[in-house]
Design a protein around this ligand. Structure first.
Ligand code: PEP
Ligand code: MN
Length: 364
């Protein structure tokens, strides 16, 4: 896919002194005090370039806190006056765009639940015609690169040139460690289509839990991301939304200090095609191993089930079926049948070993 959009580099719309752009702030604006106290804390730490806050919250289920709305916009103006930090809010409807502009919000972002819908994105694009503000577009909740690309085409079609991508991960069908699977490869592909669009990592929404923020932030920095958007709240445990993934402004500062920034390569374009391709391979291999680890955890559950129900580890008819279906799937993907065969022999052996281990454990 090759798509040409007219865009301006990050450095032309914000000065970060060559460092990754840091957008920090609460998931939601809740009260004037909460916004101001959090903003002061963030500004005092000195790491942030932009203050974020959700004013309209798209919630998966009704009945959750859906945002304060227009009333919160003057709080952000105040926070900006006090701290000097430009502000960013999520917009999901043309009316949000109008209000954000009216109250002088500096940067707009489109949320993951909006990016999925081309009708909504087009409505936003129409409302943004003639607007001279940066617009950041989060990846859609589902892992569909074309949908993400299409959203950029629509917004760029309205004449917006200060564009940025936010990689916040993709929702999972099953329970996983992370709230949203990063699927780093999709962001890497995105960057190969739009090398000039800054990529901003959102470890908060990938993680869902504070404990995973540092490793995800490190990963984004290892991938040369241009910035980060991270949720920070004066009192995270009491937050009205996304309580378990937010950090105090101070804890966020500590976390950011623990990250290794690859300054040598930061901001520089890939040396050459070879490096770029090797980088993609590295990411794909990491992902392969992550998929393998998820598979092993299902195998473990299967082992427990078999143990508790006295089912034998190996069932030949099932193995034959696995063997045949993988051969067919591999063929459809143009993989060498011998490779697929060898690979699944290994995987199967490993699964049997795991299950045997589980079978021999004491039941709780
Ligand atoms: C948010 O940034 O608070 C948010 C709602 O994120 P997302 O659109 O990624 O779910
Ligand atoms: Mn949030």
């Amino acid at each position: 896919m090759k798509v040409n959009l007219k865009t301006e580099p990050l450095s032309s719309w914000i000065n970060t002194n060559g460092k990754p752009m840091i957008i920090a702030g609460p998931c939601s604006a809740e009260t004037e005090e909460q916004v101001l106290e959090t903003a002061r804390g963030i500004a005092a730490e000195g790491y942030a370039n932009v203050l974020r806050a959700g004013v309209w919250k798209p919630r998966t289920r009704p009945g959750s806190f859906e945002g304060v709305g227009e009333e919160a916009l003057p709080w952000l103006q105040k926070a900006k006056e006090e701290t000097g930090l430009p502000t960013a809010v999520e917009v999901a409807t043309p009316q949000h765009v109008e209000l954000a502009v009216k109250y002088g919000v500096d940067i707009l972002w489109i949320g993951a639940r909006t990016t999925v819908n081309p009708f909504n994105v087009q409505d936003l694009a129409d409302a943004m015609k003639g607007l001279d503000k940066p617009v950041l577009i989060k990846n859609p909740v589902n892992p569909d690169l074309a949908l993400w690309v299409g959203a950029f085409e629509r917004i760029a079609g309205a004449g917006i040139t200060k564009l940025g991508a936010i990689h916040r991960g993709f929702s999972n069908a099953q329970e996983t460690k992370l709230r949203n699977s990063p699927m780093w490869q999709i962001a890497v592909e995105f960057r190969s289509i739009f090398p000039e669009i800054p990529m901003i990592g959102d470890p908060s929404h990938m993680a869902g839990k504070r404990a995973y923020l540092a490793e995800l932030t490190q990963r984004a920095m290892d991938l040369n991301y241009d910035g980060l958007i991270i949720e920070s709240h004066r009192n995270p445990d009491e937050a009205w939304s996304d309580a378990s993934q937010q950090l105090t402004p101070k804890a966020l500062g500590e976390m950011l200090k623990s990250i290794e920034y690859r300054n040598a390569t930061y901001g520089a374009d890939f040396q050459d095609e070879l490096d770029r391709l090797r980088n993609r391979l590295d990411n794909l291999d990491r992902e392969l191993l992550e998929v393998l680890a998820s598979r092993m955890s299902v195998v473990e559950q299967l082992g427990e089930y078999k143990r508790d129900n006295s089912v034998a580890v190996l069932q030949l008819d099932r193995w034959k079926q696995v063997h045949n279906s993988r051969q067919d799937w591999g063929k459809a993907l143009n993989l060498y049948p011998e490779t697929v065969e060898e690979l699944f022999k290994l995987i199967h052996m490993e699964s049997i070993r795991k299950q045997t281990e589980v079978m021999n454990q004491e039941t709780a």
